[in-house]
Design a protein around this ligand. Structure first.
Ligand code: NDP
Length: 486
């Protein structure tokens, strides 16, 4: 067991800065409600923001966001949440805001501070919290982006580390909390079948695709500051790569899981421009908040090299884009074919593989050749489904919030891993590689095909409709129940 837990006690209050914002509405209120419903949590929940809201407005907002998430409201549970909800209005830099917050925290001993605010506001809140005197024994949860390049990531970590030890800082990369991502770790290290082939001897290439069949919608101005590389590759997809390719965590070593992920990311060679293709979908510049002459990439494809023994010579390709043909995130581990095709067939290099789908459904499948019935030794491609489920069993934010309250760190990004990921993409950030157009509904610009060349082709995920998610079935097997806390 490699679970790493800090020594501090369970959090006994949740303080959400930026409680009026989009993330709280979409994810955090449903997660808090889920904790009250499924895990018996009953702690003060204090929302802090500048908006002139009343207590009633906050409660109504909480209800609205739980309903918008498609969760059925259990009125008894919601009443318990409503009794615990408090709104503190004030400026993020004003000492009075923190005095009011500390008054509400009276009687608690180890609060969890959730920074659901724009990154520019982190430093003032962190400093003001430290000065307030009621952040002793606390934990702090921060959202991505963890900086926008290596330098700003280091600055952010320095600000946080000035007031918090690393084991009190929880950096959310929600990909790490996804059930299928944890299933990768489990399936890899719990099966004698897989580990012996998980290396350069048997793996020909690795592909990771994160495709979305929609554009930037109303988030144009946000996306102009990010682009595909900063938005999803530096964080989600490099973390996913680390989970897929890291060495097994050793027993008895505190934080071994995150050690191994960080070690892997440090072994990835920083990108060179020749190994990157950047694309922009036709029509992006017409979206609200997007500059007429924007050169921000909505698609990126890259070839990575892992400089260690296990993966020497195995090319790794990552691509991500908006307005693609489908919405899907998938890892495709292509296995080497036998040294010769015994039956004289012409067989695709991708026939033997391990396919891991993260979304929209969860799949782990093994690609094999099987004989077609009859008198000829002719085969066809088949897939053995190791697991296939429609969706996450437990909403990701609920799982992560629960872990943070318990001080369990392994599903959160660590300082060294974050900085290692920035080192990989740092040389190609900005306009060093020009963007190329691609048509909506395609798989990106033609140069992406040239990039993969003879290591390809790209394996384009095929998506069939799945049962819609059902977050409403509590409690689920494997979900912990806590003792109700008052
Ligand atoms: P919002 O832009 O909705 O901001 C949250 C709240 O912060 C606002 O309601 C506002 O509250 C306050 N705020 C906004 N701008 C400022 C400012 N310039 N100065 C002081 N306060 C401000 O952000 P989100 O909720 O979308 O995101 C919160 C955090 O989570 C960010 O770090 C974001 O990058 C991250 N994130 C968001 C995701 C999402 O889907 N929304 C996904 C992943 C990460 P008030 O004015 O009432 O004080």
């Amino acid at each position: 067991m490699y679970t790493y837990r800090s020594e501090a006690p369970q959090s006994d209050a949740i303080v959400v800065f930026g409680v009026t914002g989009d993330l709280v509405h979409k994810e955090i209120f449903p997660a808090i409600y889920g904790l009250f419903r499924d895990e018996g949590v009953s702690v003060p929940v204090i929302g802090v923001a500048r908006s002139d809201w009343t207590q009633e407005q906050l409660t109504a907002r909480a209800r609205e966001s739980v309903e918008a998430r498609g969760m059925r409201i259990d009125e008894q549970v919601f009443a318990r949440l409503a009794q615990n909800l408090h709104y503190v209005r004030g400026d993020y830099g004003a000492p009075e805001t923190y005095e009011k917050m500390c008054d509400v925290l009276e009687g608690t001993g180890s609060p969890l501070f959730y920074m659901a605010i724009p990154p520019s506001v982190f430093p003032v809140v962190t400093e003001s919290l430290a000065a307030s005197g009621c952040s002793l024994n606390s934990r702090v949860l921060v959202e991505k982006p963890f900086g926008r390049d290596l330098r700003s990531a280091i600055e952010l970590n320095t600000t946080l580390r000035k007031h918090y030890p690393e084991d009190a800082i929880f950096r959310i990369d929600h990909f790490l909390g996804k059930e299928p991502v944890q299933n990768i770790t489990y399936t890899r290290f719990a099966n004698p079948l897989l580990e012996p082939i998980w290396n350069r001897e048997h793996v020909r290439s690795i592909q990771i695709t994160m495709a979305e069949n929609f554009g930037v919608k109303e988030r144009g101005s946000f996306y102009e500051e990010a682009g595909a590389i900063r938005d999803v590759i530096q964080n989600h997809l490099l973390q996913l790569l680390a989970v897929v390719t890291m060495d097994p965590p050793g027993g008895g070593i505190p934080d071994a899981y995150r050690d191994e992920k960080a070690r892997l990311l440090m072994a990835v060679r920083p990108l060179e421009p020749k190994n990157l293709v950047r694309g922009q979908y036709v029509g992006y510049r017409q979206a609200d908040g997007v500059a007429q002459d924007s050169t921000v990439e909505t698609f990126a494809a890259m070839k990575l090299t892992i400089d260690n023994w296990r993966w020497a010579g195995v090319p790794v390709y990552i691509r991500s884009g908006k307005q693609m043909a489908v919405t899907c995130t998938e890892v495709f581990i292509e296995l080497r074919r036998p040294p010769r095709e015994t039956f004289g067939e012409k067989v695709d290099t991708s026939s033997g593989h391990v396919r891991i789908r993260i979304s929209p459904d969860i799949v782990i499948a093994l690609g094999l050749r099987v004989k077609v019935p009859g008198d000829r030794m002719v085969g066809r491609d088949a897939e053995l489904l190791v697991t296939s489920t429609p969706t996450n069993v437990q909403p990701t934010y609920q799982r992560l919030l629960s872990d943070a309250m318990d001080g369990v760190q392994e599903l959160f990004a660590r300082e060294d891993g974050v900085e290692a990921s920035w080192r990989i993409v740092e040389p190609i950030l900005g306009d060093r590689v020009p963007v190329e157009w691609y048509e909506p509904g395609s798989w990106g610009p033609p140069s992406a095909r040239r990039l993969i060349g003879k290591d390809g082709p790209w394996i384009d995920p095929v998506v069939v409709p799945v049962t819609p998610p059902d977050d409403c079935v509590p409690p689920l097997a494997g979900v912990r129940r806590r003792e109700p806390r008052g």
